[in-house]
Each structure stands twice: as C-alpha cells, then as structure tokens.
Write a protein that binds this ligand. Sequence first.
Ligand code: FAD
Length: 351
Amino acid sequence: MRVVVVGAGVYGAAVGAALVRRGAEVTVVDGGMPGSGTSGATFSWVNSRNKQPLVYHDLNLAGMAAHQRLAAEVPLGDWYHGGGGIEWTADEEGLSTKVDALLARGYEAKLLTRAEALDLEPGLVPDRLPADGIAYYPGEAWVEPTRLIAHLLSRGADVVADDAVVGLDVSGDVVRAVRLESGQVLAADAVVNCAGPQAAEVAAMAGLALPMRNLPCVLVHTTSVAVPVSRVVHAPDVHLRPERGGRIMLHSGEVDQGGQGAVEKLVRDAASVYPAIRAAESVHTGQRPIPGDGLPVLGRATDVRNYFFAVSHSGVTLCLHAGELVAGEVLGDDRDEALAPFRFERFEVWR
Ligand SMILES: Cc1cc2nc3c(=O)[nH]c(=O)nc-3n(C[C@H](O)[C@H](O)[C@H](O)COP(=O)(O)OP(=O)(O)OC[C@H]3O[C@@H](n4cnc5c(N)ncnc54)[C@H](O)[C@@H]3O)c2cc1C
C-alpha cells in the first residue's frame, strides 16, 4: 500500500514510522524541512495535566505511555527527558484540589514540602516557594522534537523535503494521487493530512472543510547558564524547562499576547526563581494548530474514504499513540473506538 503523508512534523513522522512498521510504502512530503513547522518551536512538554474532557485526558495519558515505551526501546535515543514536572501557584487550595482530581483520574501526582521540592530543583530560590503544597507530577517529561522526528523518519519512509503539496487528484470519493509544487505526481492508495497549522488548506484540496483556530505563540531561549533546571517547572508567572546547550526555554500566557517589554518581563520573572538567568538569547514564534473545537482530528474522513487526519494541539504528547491508531486505520483496522470522539465528521454540524 502506497501512503503519502503530508507534513514532516511530529505527527507526520510518527504516522509515517507506524505505517512503515506495519509494512506500508510511505512517502512523507514537506513544503519545508522536516521539523521546520510548529514542531520546531514548541514547549514540547509531555503531559496530561490540564486536559478536558476525560476522553482527551485519557488520550494524552496513552501518549505519555507511548513516549516512555519508545524511550525504553531506543536507549540511545536522547530526545526524551523524564524527571516529571513541578508546579506551584498562589492558589494553594486550588492546586491541592487539582492534584486530588488528577489522582482520581489515575495520574501520578503528589504534594511536596518546600524542602522536598528543593531536593528535586536545588537551583530554585527557596523563599519563592510556599512552605508546602508544591505539586509534583513524576510521569511528565519533555522531548526534543527534532531529534524525535529524525529518529522516526529514519525507520524507512521516503522523505521529500522543500516540495509542498499543491493539489490532490480525487475521483469520486477516492484520492488517486498527490501533486507537488515541483510538478512531481505521487500515486497514492491513501493520504494522511499531518499539515499542522496548514491542515485546513490541505483538507480543502480534498474538498473537506476543516475549521481551525490556530493561535500564535512565543517561546524564549535564555543564554547558556550554569543553573540546575532538570525538569518542567510551572511557577506562577513563568513556565520553563531545560533546552539544549545549557539554555532554558521560557514561556508564559502573557508573552503570547505580545506587547512591549513582554520578553524582558518574562526573563525577569524567570530570574526571580532561578537568579542565574540573565538574558534572552533568541525569541521563537510559532502557531498552535488548534481544530475548531479544541480537540484532535484523527482518523478516516468518511466522505473521502482513503483520506485521513492526524491534526491537533498537544501533538508532541499525542503523536506516537495517535499515530499508531491512525496508521492502523489507514491499513484497514476496524474504525477504532478510541478515535470515535476525534473524528472529522463531528464538524458536519458546524457547516
Ligand atoms: C509555543 C507552543 C508550545 C507548545 N507546547 C506544547 C507542549 O508543551 N506539549 C505538547 O504536546 N504540544 C505543545 N504544543 C503543540 C505541539 O507543538 C503541536 O501540536 C505539534 O508540534 C504539531 O505537530 P504537527 O506535526 O501536527 O505540525 P508541524 O510541526 O507544524 O508540522 C506540519 C508540517 O506540515 C508541513 N506542511 C504544511 N502544509 C504543507 C503542504 N501543503 N505540503 C507539504 N507540507 C506541508 C509544514 O511545513 C510542517 O513542517 C505547543 C505549540 C506551540 C506553538
């Protein structure tokens, strides 16, 4: 079976690798370089901490487990960084309620004292932490998406870079071929739309109207600093995690809004918890790919029966697990019940 996957971000790479493993002949096509889309500018925190409704939480939980399995299978694959996540807020009671709710959903979570939190993150300024009531989520992680993409694309898919998909040949309810900007035409028995923020444009090529409400985002990399940040940390005004080369990646809801001085304020907020942080080295902007109702779009489109979707926010967390489910469906597994809440057809009522 010849499958063309449109997009070489985390989703395209994961779907492609899962299809190859099941015996398909796969071509992953990207208009740029693999990992040059959202997956190249993401916080890439693997978690299910704030995911609603329950089916979406469970999908993310399965995504976390899939990352742990892959990391264990490829011991030298150094893209996966466990160690969990830490969070504290001014609303201690609210955080404690959240931890209880997560525990009830089977999520690993506990409350730490300040001393316990400092054992994990000794670089934090002690008096910025409450005396207790600091949440710790041991199963969380962060990944280096480009390294993950490189691994997944090395599993046997053909990769066509710098050549955008510009059209699909559709006859009746079947896609027959994929047309590239260069003029190349790829015959296809199935097509998977993994185009992230551009998923609506690629859906329109098959006559399908996919509502998207992408959101612009800002991430800041600090200069290289000798500070022991070992995991994802959510302080009240700043979220941060380690980044390659001794840098720290910073984010906040506020910096996404932009505005003058927002980056400088974010760096100051980070320095108030880790004083060695001094300056921003680079600022990265990206687009969160968000389907119209916020939930993933996964699996077969019934109106075009060999056309499939793998599009969502939280794609770093979800890509391996969701990629397996979508690949199974492409290769003829029964429509998986796990995908029922995430099907494209739910948007019929939006028209
Ligand atoms: C600031 C920020 C923080 C985030 N934080 C997290 C987080 O902590 N945890 C998490 O799980 N998720 C997070 N996300 C979301 C996550 O990064 C995305 O869901 C994920 O990267 C999407 O991957 P993708 O493969 O779908 O899209 P992309 O990585 O954008 O890949 C799509 C690819 O398709 C290609 N393409 C588009 N159109 C065409 C075409 N016509 N022809 C050929 N190729 C085409 C593009 O060039 C691109 O390379 C965050 C996102 C942002 C922006």
